[in-house]
Design a protein around this ligand. Structure first.
Ligand SMILES: [Zn+2]
Ligand SMILES: [Zn+2]
Length: 591
């Protein structure tokens, strides 16, 4: 690799000394050791890595002596985390990747830092146009392990049980800790989790084959856990509007505007892999990092302050026209979701989050709305903490249907004290039926539910019916091998009436589908599993079809978004709304 050091050429006159500011910027976007966790092992990659993926303080606790799980607990991988030392952290979020190049334009005076041994810097005026492309790109070499399961840090029991199950099948496993523990402003942000991995380091191709084998052999659906063995490399070539090459950089380039006005990026690719996939010119706050991605192509990364990130992200999660107090509640939950995700995804990529559904739909300044920006600013630095001072897993769904659900009913694992199902009624009274009598609850037309009375309520999401023909249901269930379906029953319901188990009996046998999401998916994504199902019959009494009568839209755990709007319209403030949906949790600032 020694021969790869790039040399800037073309117009040396525009290249100036590196200001300390940029060094700081690079350092801060890389994440840094935190004062909070004690005894964290520290690790550093042997090979040079892009700033955002360099290993920092691991934040991984040492295995407890005598802890059965400590056997097979693997060495910490690179830990990606935020740097809170300056207060508000910066978040490197991917705008696009796998591109041959990109065209962008600074909105204020720009400094473009080439890095490398010469530390060259190019300055350019607002509105100037620049093109960057990758040459000599070499993909990263990855090691992949099959990921058998993921567990919350409190769910040691679930982990141990799953581990034993795989060991009983004769397979050797290892446990990987992911995420970090931060102590900030007297609060604890802990997004650590356990991964249960198959203890076989494979090439990504072999790992995919192993996954197929596990599916065939045990019916187990798995994911892949990837680590970088050799980082990707490439030369980034920078051209001006006239097409002249003005500089080259090894692997990565950082572009910043001196007045923090940000950048316009041409033809940003979005919704990759979805039907509405497209390209659009977009505008972003913060800095741009151009970096060689895992495939040896170009990734465009926006290094943006957390609050500015939220301004471009909250409008994708709630109607900008909704009541301000509901927007504030959404801004606080969105901040919590980002804090919970950082460092647990994209471990083998040179950024912390992507700007798609997978992490957080983010459109930068182009997606901002005045109302949601005001809500982010009014709640600056605020997140939601449980009574014992831990960051709440601030999940939410669109419409709870009149009652929210307990986390363990939907996702399994141990109960979370902040995620207890609650009635979502604006006038609680014993006169109303409860989900314990689901038929009456679903039929109660006048239920004063916050998600029914909200001006954003959608009647067909609060209560709904879904009809299928017998042929449709038989097609959905064909792979289950039970033959034409004769009976279906939803059971093991949680406090909101959401079912955990669907029993299907057919002419050739019976089986059970377990899990709220699996039940919904089986029927092409039912609105929710808060439903009753019964057959419709023809004149001869044969099953002609099936009707689901249900309530709610989404998993129903945590905040009911439509209900939050209803509560705001009824005069509740955002802190009160959040306290209701997260079982007494309180809003507190972390910077
Ligand atoms: Zn992602
Ligand atoms: Zn609701």
């Amino acid at each position: 690799m020694a021969a790869r050091a790039p040399r800037g050429y073309g117009r040396p006159a525009v290249l100036k000394a590196v200001p300390a500011l940029l060094l700081l910027l690079l350092a801060s976007c890389a994440g840094s050791p935190q004062p909070a966790p004690s005894g964290g092992a520290s690790t550093a990659p042997a090979a040079p890595a892009p700033p955002s993926s360099k290993a920092m303080d691991a934040g991984v606790p040492p295995p407890l002596p005598g802890d059965p799980l400590s056997q097979g607990l693997s060495a910490p991988v690179e830990v990606k985390r935020l740097d809170f030392r300056g207060g508000e952290p910066q978040v490197p979020i991917r705008l696009m990747e796998g591109r041959p190049g990109v065209t962008f334009s600074p909105r204020g005076r720009m400094r473009l830092r080439f890095g490398g041994p010469d530390d060259k810097v190019l300055e350019a005026p607002a509105g100037s146009v620049w093109k960057v492309r990758v040459t000599q790109g070499e993909p990263a070499v990855l090691t992949a392990r099959v990921q058998l399961g993921e567990f919350r840090f409190s769910d040691k029991a679930g982990l141990a049980e799953e581990q034993q199950q795989w060991q009983a099948r004769g397979l050797s496993t290892r446990v990987q800790v992911l995420g970090s523990l931060y102590g900030i402003a007297g609060k604890v942000i802990d997004n650590r989790r356990y991964l249960l991995l198959l203890d076989e380091a494979l090439s990504p191709k072999d790992a995919a084959a192993r996954q197929a084998e596990l599916l065939r052999q045990f019916g187990a659906r798995t994911t892949l856990f990837e680590e970088v063995r050799t980082p990707a490399h490439g030369i980034l070539e920078v051209r001006d509007a006239a097409g002249s090459v003005v500089g080259l950089a090894q692997d990565t380039l950082m572009a910043e505007t001196l007045d923090a006005s940000g950048f316009d990026v041409r033809q940003v690719e979005y919704h990759v892999g979805y039907e509405n996939h497209g390209f659009e010119d977009r505008s972003y706050r913060g800095a741009l990092q151009l970096i060689v991605d895992r495939s040896g192509m170009l990734a465009v990364v926006n290094v943006v302050k957390l609050e500015d990130l939220l301004k471009g992200l909250v409008p994708s999660e709630i109607y900008a026209r909704a009541h301000m107090e509901a927007l504030k509640a959404q801004a606080v939950t969105a901040r919590g979701e980002v804090l919970a995700k950082v460092g647990t995804k994209h471990l083998a990529d040179p950024y912390l989050l992507c700007s798609e559904q997978h992490c957080a739909v983010y459109q930068g300044r182009s997606g901002e709305a005045a109302s949601t920006t005001a809500a982010v600013e009014a709640t600056r630095g605020e997140a939601l903490f449980s009574k014992d001072g831990r960051l709440v897993d601030s999940v939410y769904s669109a419409v709870c249907g009149g009652h929210t659900e307990n986390n363990e009913v939907v996702w399994g694992g141990p109960p979370d004290p902040s995620l207890r199902g609650q009635p979502d009624l604006l006038q609680p009274s014993s006169q109303w039926p409860t989900p314990a009598n689901l038929e009456a609850f679903l039929a109660a037309a006048e239920l004063p539910a916050a998600c029914q009375l909200s001006s954003f309520a959608r009647p067909n999401k609060f209560r709904w019916e879904k009809h299928f023909t017998a042929a449709q249901v038989n097609a959905f269930t064909e792979s289950l091998g039970v033959g034409p379906v004769q009976a279906m029953k939803l059971s093991e319901r949680g406090v909101s009436g959401r079912a955990r188990v669907l029993t299907i009996s057919g002419e050739q046998g019976a089986t059970q589908i377990r899990g709220e999401l699996n039940i919904r998916k089986l029927f092409g994504m039912l609105n929710s599993s808060m439903a009753l199902v019964e057959p419709t019959r023809d004149a001869e009494g044969r099953v002609a079809g099936w009707v689901f009568r249900g309530g709610g839209w989404g998993h129903g755990v945590g905040m009911c978004q439509t209900g939050a709007i209803g509560r705001a319209e009824a005069g509740q403030r955002y802190r009160e709304i959040l306290r209701h949906y997260y079982n007494g949790a309180e809003v507190a600032p972390i910077y």
